[in-house]
Design a protein around this ligand. Sequence first.
Ligand SMILES: *Cc1c(COP(=O)(O)O)cnc(C)c1O
Ligand SMILES: [Zn+2]
Length: 433
Amino acid sequence: MSAVITEQSQSDTTPVPEGATGIREGAFGHATGLSCRECGHGVELGPFYACPECFGPLEIAYDFPAITREEIEAGPANIWRYKALLPVPTDIEQSPNMEPGFTRLLKAHNLGRELGIDNLWVKDDSTNPTNSFKDRVVACALSAATEFGSKVFACPSTGNLANAVAAAGARAGIKTVVFIPSNLETPKQVNSAVFTESLVAVNGNYDDVNKLASEIAGEEEGWAFVNVNVRPYYAEGSKTLGYEIAEQLGWRLPDQVVIPVASGSQLTKVHKAFQELVKLGLVEDKPYKVFGAQAGGCSPVSAAYKAGVDAIRPVKPDTIAKSLAIGNPADGIYVLDICRETGGAVEDITDDEVREGIVLLARTEGIFTETAGGTTVGVLKKLVETGQLDTTLETVVINTGHGLKTLDAVSGIVGPTATIEPSYAAFVAAGIA
Ligand SMILES: *Cc1c(COP(=O)(O)O)cnc(C)c1O
Ligand SMILES: [Zn+2]
């Protein structure tokens, strides 16, 4: 893997794993340890995220049990139906949690017709408890933080993560402190502030907030930053999106999937989930293509894809898709690998196309998405127009968030068609009927 400057390698506060102590038996289910994604070095389960040998990202290693479709189907209608495949205890449902997941997979007849795609589905994650896919990852991070005896549940966030952390912490009765860029949309600020007494707005962009969080994580004892020092556990939560898509399609993989990219974690984990299902014999092996979606104002991964290079050059984000505005994506290089290896692509669109994507999904399917979903739908359209996506193949597009959190993005392009006096004559004169 080519060298890339990640948040981890820049930090001088990376905790060096010393071997975890005091972890109760079964606290992480069938997880057996942590393993370096770059060099394969193994580390004991603990609040560690960077390889002590090469500073590469640590991932969860498992010894999966034999599991059947029927056993999964008999589970609860949330992500815990897949608990055997996650780093969580077998009695995870007993702890107070948000019970995210098992969101609807909708056949998108109208959007498919509009774009000329024969067989299109929308995986609608806007219906999660705090209205984004982040509830999935936070549920797994919270379980890990609890097992590590963390006193504070925290995160640097582009918005949705702070909402999910603040809500999950409130329900679990653990103190939360969430950090956001101070220019964040008001609805996303309020959606955190209602749940927590500690919403910290930082004068800087997400990458500045993330760097600050790494510093605090290195200094403060007992703070679990969901996407920093418990990131390996957090990231596994995104696998449930992949499991659900396969199960809801009737235990098979789609041919093509389009996924938004911020840090790139979600995309890599959906791919990992598909691979695991194949290995476990739960779905048939078959080729599928993974596509990544970015907004042009923050498209470091798309730029590297198009330039045909392996290294991600960090950018300074400038886009209305704030939930995707990570200029230095930790998993960007893995996104490149996956999209290239599977025959997919990474594409980006302008902010105006993001807005059009939001309205297109709303008017065709009755789903109000936020700017991240506008980006994904807009990229789907562009992939069709540029011939990069095969319109004859079964395709799933993931909607990761809710439009009510980013109203300002479209309030300038939709609104009252007419303002009239309360009389029938005025109605007729307005030409609506
Ligand atoms: C965080 C987020 C993403 C991207 O997630 P990564 O795993 O960091 O790539 C996509 N959509 C929404 C709505 C998000 O909040
Ligand atoms: Zn390593």
